[in-house]
Design a binder for this molecule. Structure first.
Ligand SMILES: Nc1nc2c(c(=O)[nH]1)N[C@H]1C(S)=C(S)[C@@H](COP(=O)(O)O)O[C@H]1N2
Ligand SMILES: [Mo]
Length: 368
């Protein structure tokens, strides 16, 4: 399949009337890690920014970045957030290393600064759920710090420790990539207490559980080990699978498989002017090449318009203008493709993260 955007925004006169209060928002169901966690707060409206865009106007370009504000960004912590005194805080690199080292906050902010966009998602986010957000992060590559300590050849995994006694593990080679960052700002402001002040690690391509907050210790060990969530059966690989999320049908916010929306036919709020379907998509490592939408439960597929983020670790935004002609019940699906993979329609193991397609039922009312 060729790369690039194949914009499918039909009807030249595609003209959607604002239907702000028409459709009920369907609240998100619980999804394992959400229920298990003490302090998960699902920012009520993580994707409000998507709705604030003038998506219904085909002349309006999809933006390059859709940033989730701090007040909308989900927080997932298994215990109380740690209180860290930055003066006394140290990052320790220890275990199977030539020379155990300690770094201060000053050492980290003095190192070359990098800015990058990355979407964080919890593995417990149900298909279409709200435990996902996109931020611009500020940090510095971890690799030079590890190289100073000298990781011994027998090291196979790093145990990443948080001040709240959280731990998670990753293979040495994954953590020693140049993209892995010691992060101290989120959307250009110091990390908040909830998001891991003063420093967290960001390892692109992985679910949130591999992004330890309140980072205190990076320990190289010679045999593999599982972290806190992984010991409870959540995927230890925790690679983000290819998936597209439908976040909006018209102006409703649609969160899960039980979602059902009814759209009348006539008047200002009717469907005869077309229905806007929009959302985001992301993959472990490859750029999203195509988003496909089906309005007949997967029999036929149309290509949505999408943006092209510079990094594959930032969500791709997409929209599709659907022009139905008949009243009735429709099942909408969205799926993403990269050069290597097409999103499966059904979920396999939800403890590996939801990758199945969200099915949204839409009832288009008869003419009265
Ligand atoms: N120290 C520590 N780091 C942690 C966690 C935690 O409980 N403690 N939760 C993890 C999980 S499960 C997720 S999804 C992300 C959420 O990051 P956020 O709260 O900044 O959105 O943090 C991860 N890092
Ligand atoms: Mo998570």
């Amino acid at each position: 399949m060729e790369a690039g955007v194949s914009a499918h925004y039909p009807a030249e006169e595609f003209n959607i009337v604002k239907r702000r209060h028409l459709l009920k928002r369907v609240l998100q169901g619980s999804g394992g890690m959400i229920g298990a966690s003490l302090l998960a707060s699902c920012g009520e409206r993580a994707l409000d920014r998507l709705f604030s865009l003038d998506l219904a106007n085909p002349a309006e370009r999809l933006p390059d970045h859709l940033i989730t504000s701090l007040s909308e960004f989900y927080v997932q912590s298994y215990a109380l957030p740690a209180n860290v005194d930055t003066e006394r805080w140290r990052l320790q690199i220890m275990g199977a290393v030539e020379m155990p080292l300690n770094f201060s906050y000053g050492d980290i902010v003095a190192a070359p600064q990098e800015f990058f966009h990355l979407t964080m998602e919890c593995i417990g986010n149900p298909t279409g759920g709200n435990l996902i957000g996109n931020a611009e992060w500020t940090g510095t590559p971890l690799l030079p710090f590890l190289q100073q300590a000298g990781v011994k050849p027998e090291a196979v995994v790093f145990v990443l420790h948080g001040a709240d006694y959280y731990e998670t593990t990753l293979p040495v080679a994954e953590v020693m990539r140049s993209q892995v960052q010691l992060v101290y700002q989120m959307n250009r402001a110091p990390l908040t207490k909830e998001h891991g002040y003063p420093v967290r690690l960001i390892v692109p391509g992985y679910f949130g559980q591999k992004q330890p907050k309140w980072l205190t210790k990076i320990e190289a060990i010679a045999k593999s080990k599982k972290g806190y969530w992984e010991r409870q059966g959540w995927s230890n690989t925790a690679e983000i699978p290819i998936h597209a999320l439908i976040q909006q049908v018209e102006e409703s916010r649609v969160w899960n498989q039980r979602s059902q929306v009814t759209i009348p036919k006539n008047g200002e709020t009717g469907w005869k002017n077309g229905i806007l379907i929009a959302g985001v998509a992301i993959d472990h490592a490859n750029p999203i090449q195509q988003i496909q939408i089906s309005t007949d439960e997967g029999k036929t597929w149309q290509t949505a318009e999408q943006n092209q983020p510079a990094s594959p670790h930032e969500w791709t935004l997409w929209r599709y203008g659907w022009q139905p002609t008949q009243p009735g019940r429709y099942t909408l699906l969205a799926r993403a493709r990269t050069k290597e993979a097409t999103q499966p329609l059904d979920d396999t193991n939800s403890k590996d993260g939801s990758s199945g397609a969200l099915r949204i039922q839409v009832d288009l009312a008869q003419q009265t």
